[in-house]
Design a protein around this ligand. Sequence first.
Ligand code: GLN
Length: 198
Amino acid sequence: SRPVGVLALQGDFREHVAVLRGLGADVITVRRPEEVAAISGLVIPGGESSVMDKLSRTFGVADALKKQIADGLPVYGTCAGLIMLADRIIDGIRGQESLGGLDVAVRRNAFGAQTESFEADLDVPVLGEPPMHAVFIRAPVVAELGDQATALATLEDGTVVAVEQGNLIGTSFHPEMTADYRFHQYFLDKVAARSSRR
Ligand code: GLN
């Protein structure tokens, strides 16, 4: 079976590689279109989405990934990775694009300078108990949830911070920074389910 990939253009991709390997997955880093063709799923890490966007277009992986996403490739985006998966970006850098796929609008740096980072315990019904301890760092939020997307978790005020749509998952926060890898496992389960259908 084919390995899963971690987009390794920029950001904390090494942590995701380690988490996925710890869960028993065969993992490669992805920087080029040929690598996109070799994977059965992809994690897009946190970092800086505008830089990741530019590099992904320069290296030619953006077009390859858009095709794979449309074809049903399982992709899990965290933080900047969620921004990369959003169909619409609010407060993007001028000219910033995304791969898209999630029918949402995300607002970058939604918590502003006062609350650049914080932690919260989230109920995530698809993951069951216990609540997920979530770390937010200059995090985006899902400002508009489109009809095609489902909220997986919200803050106490109702702000959506985790979403799913078909084979795509996005979280505002960073599970790779805690010891709770249920979202990574949820992603690997989607990869396994799709592989068994093909
Ligand atoms: N603020 C970053 C961005 O716009 C995301 C921060 C993160 O990934 N921790 O891409």
